[in-house]
Design a protein around this ligand. Sequence first.
Ligand code: ATR
Length: 283
Amino acid sequence: MTTPWQLPAGIDCYAVVGYPVAHSKSPRIHQAFARQTGQTLAYLAQEIEPGDFAAAVAEFQRLGGKGLNVTLPFKLEAHDLCAWRSRRAAMAGVVNTLWFEKEGTICGDNTDGIGLVRDLTVNQGMAVVRRRVLLVGAGGAAQGVLPALLAERPARLTITNRTLARAQRLAERVPVAEKGLIEVLPMEALAGRAFDLIINATAASLAGELPPLPDDVLRAGGECYDMMYADEPTVFMQWGTRSGARRSVDGLGMLVEQAAESFFLWRGIRPDSAAVIKELRQS
Ligand code: ATR
């Protein structure tokens, strides 16, 4: 692998790595956090070819890089690369934040779950506790947020996915003590279930597609949350509004909140995420 890294000298360097990564908002978010908190650091976006992830992390570490955010398709590989994982990252089985200890240990955490829950509960006023929640999707995105959603103690968390076997495999990861909170159902079996909150963790919105949910799956006045974000309302958000949602929102706040938690892990200082969400919405 030819080294992709061009790290500026004399400054703490961080980066987001993925494939693709060109359109990532993470550099902008972390640079805003750094300005806001008076921290001096560089934050880059670096595309890594599939197959080159471990070598790229090793090279970044050798060059003195401080920490990485990991996005698609490397979150599982990042988990496997870590010598130390936080409890929540070990439970999720996917890692989105890496840093290195002095003796070289690669450490990993997952901030996606707390990012989602903070955006839902603090920014959006969408409670999870004691509510009937539907999680749509069973890929890496759903896997990353499942432990944090269960920790909020929903009345029930139903998982559905186009490929049901994947949802069943995801449910098998849930600890025995929390098995009673979850159920797995095919989409066609959801008609009339009247969920309070529906969270779209599929990649469908990226392609302008909609998971084939029955029409009457949302309680009147319920809420919809798309973990994706786009400049225009996603097809899922539009579906939510048509289905009678009180609010139907995108995942921009989750993106900023997971970044804020990563920033806190790296720098020990908590940025004002609301100010950055506002700035991104206005631009
Ligand atoms: P990620 O890590 O982003 O979750 P992934 O592992 O490729 O990516 O998973 C994508 C998720 O989006 C899966 O739940 C996928 O459903 P399948 O498991 O059936 O493939 C879901 N998905 C993608 N496109 C979809 C579509 N058009 N309709 C419904 N679900 C879709």
